[in-house]
Every structure is written in structure tokens, then in C-alpha cells.
Write a protein that binds this ligand. Sequence first.
Ligand code: SAM
Length: 227
Amino acid sequence: MLYIVSTPIGNLKDMTFRAVEVLKSVDLIASEDTRHTGILLKHFGIQTPQTSYFEHSRNNKEEYLIGLLKEGKSVALVSDAGTPAISDPGYRLVRAAREQGIEVTAVPGACAAVVALSLSGFPTDRFVFEGFLPQKSSGRVRRLTELKSEERTIVLYESPHRLVKALGDIAEVLGNPHVMVGRELTKKFEEVRQGDARSVSEHFMSRKPKGEVVILISQREELFHQD
Ligand code: SAM
């Protein structure tokens, strides 16, 4: 059995009982970064051996893990934070396992995109996950142009040092829509800032953002201006 085990996105208390139980019981934990996951395992007294799945030799690792699973061993896939296979290469292992008829099950938990949506007050009946925008401005502008008539709430992951530039491009291309930035969600210095893209960008220009961020965009302006 391959277990897809979600781990906290910052607050260790968000670990689920089932995640601890499964990580204790499997034969091997395939981690994004063994040192990072090592801290989590130590905190919960989990002594299961780890192997790095996300390293350069991923194809070989995939074969190795599928081999173990076919022998009847149990493996848990974890990422650095949140739900594995969401915006990380874990999905390849899941696909390989399914192709081999190996049973796959999920141990759900935190996911930054869903946490941001749930505390936003933005419409969530329909949303679209766009992951990370391209790093270069030209690529970002191209991607954003494709989203011009998107009415669903748009969810983006971004690195803190590209946040201001990304918000600038969002304002420019999408006509200064309503946005939310969720920073350091579930952590001690959690910050949730909403407003038009330019004003949120100005805020983060004067206070350089640290930590991890999610951006939400809504182009349904009528919802935010009901005077
Ligand atoms: N699989 C993860 C999940 O379930 O959320 C996401 C992995 S993705 C490689 C990492 C990105 O998630 C970060 O760059 C950031 O955009 C977002 N993220 C993760 N933890 C976060 C947090 N505590 N607060 C805000 N954003 C976070």
C-alpha cells in the first residue's frame, strides 16, 4: 500500500492522529527532504526509516519504491509541507503505483491553497488552481493574459521575493482586481491581507514579505464593492 500522507504547513499541531499512526506503521517514508521531515518525525516520536524521493535520481528512486511496494512493503509519501502531489512531483509516484495495480490511499490534512480559500471570504463555489506563475515577467504577463476573463477565484502559489512583482503584473494585466495574500498561514506570524492588487502590493513594498505566500484573485468586483 502507498499512503499519501499530508503533514502540517507550519503548525505542528495540525498533524493528524492518523498521519502519526500511518507514519509509525509503514516500512519506509519517502520524503521530499529527509532532514526537514526528520524534525517532524522526531517531534512525534516516529522512528520509521526515510529515503529521499525528490532528489535528482527520481526515476531510479521511483523504480526502487515501486519494487518495494510490489514485494508487499508499505510506503508513505510525504512532502515538506501540506498535501503531497499538490504542486510537487509526488504525482508521478502515485501514477506509477496505480499503473502497477498497487493500492494507493490518502491520509488528508493541510493544503495551503485550501487553507487560503477557506479564510478568504472569496467565492469558493468555483475556483481554479494555477500553481506558480512563471518566474520571468514576460511569462507571467502571458499567463495572466490567459486569465483575463476568468470568473472563478484564482489560486496562486508564489515565493515571497517575487510577490511584489507578481502583484504589479496582476494589477497591470487584470485591471487591478481584488486580491488576498495569505502569508505564513497557520504559523505564529500569519498575515492575511486583502484589497486591490496595487494597495496590497504597496503594503508588501514597505514591509518586505518573509515566509511563504498564497495569492488569491477575484475578478468578480461586484462582490467587493457593495456600497
Ligand atoms: N503541497 C503543498 C500544499 O499542500 O500546500 C504545496 C507545495 S508548494 C511546492 C509550496 C508552496 O505552498 C509555497 O511556495 C507557498 O506558495 C505555499 N505554502 C506552503 N505553506 C504555506 C503557508 N504556511 N502559508 C502560505 N503559503 C504556503
